[in-house]
Ligand binder design. Sequence first.
Ligand SMILES: C[S@@+](CC[C@H](N)C(=O)[O-])C[C@H]1O[C@@H](n2cnc3c(N)ncnc32)[C@H](O)[C@@H]1O
Length: 200
Amino acid sequence: MKSTKFSKNLWHDHYSQKAQKEGYPARSVYKLQEIQKKFKILSKNDHILDLGCAPGSWLIYAASLTGLKGEVVGIDLKSLKIKLPAKARFIQGDIFDLPLEAKELLNRKFDVVLSDMAPFSSGNQFTDGVRSFQLCTEALALSEKVLKPGGHFICKIFQGEDFKLFSDMIKEQFKQLHIFKPKSSRKASREIFTIGKNRR
Ligand SMILES: C[S@@+](CC[C@H](N)C(=O)[O-])C[C@H]1O[C@@H](n2cnc3c(N)ncnc32)[C@H](O)[C@@H]1O
């Protein structure tokens, strides 16, 4: 069926309303839920770093899976308005210029690094693709420092010129690479998720 403005709105309403009903601030949570269902990335007691965590849906969902012995640390440019789950921490800051509090994280080890970071839309597909790639390479560089061997990495990227290069970078660092487009992600959106499993 051809996607119309009406069908797009229906899609938007379905996931947004579901999120509201289930207590999530954004419908993006369903993308992570689909990834989790298929690839089993998050486990009980995990320590998880959530890059670009605002408004907080992934953070709430991840914290619900890790339990009280795990922890989720979220970082975002924007402030968080949700009530933080127990065992979750939030640091406001820019991934390219981490505040001191976040720099201390680099001495710690995590089981999973998530990045749902997205650049502010410039309206230009090429520019947005380049900026998305920059966010992704920064997320991967950070994961190189903090991820345990055997750890996992999930990263959203806008498919652009550098998509293949980024996939190859993940392949070098992880034993398995998966590329996944969740059903809850709009077909028209260029976003796609790269999943690196089992860090070498
Ligand atoms: C799609 S939203 C993330 C949604 C989130 N996963 C959720 O489920 O609520 C993308 C986020 O990336 C953040 N972001 C973009 N550039 C960033 C940067 N340089 N440093 C930190 N966060 C950034 C934005 O502020 C925005 O909140």
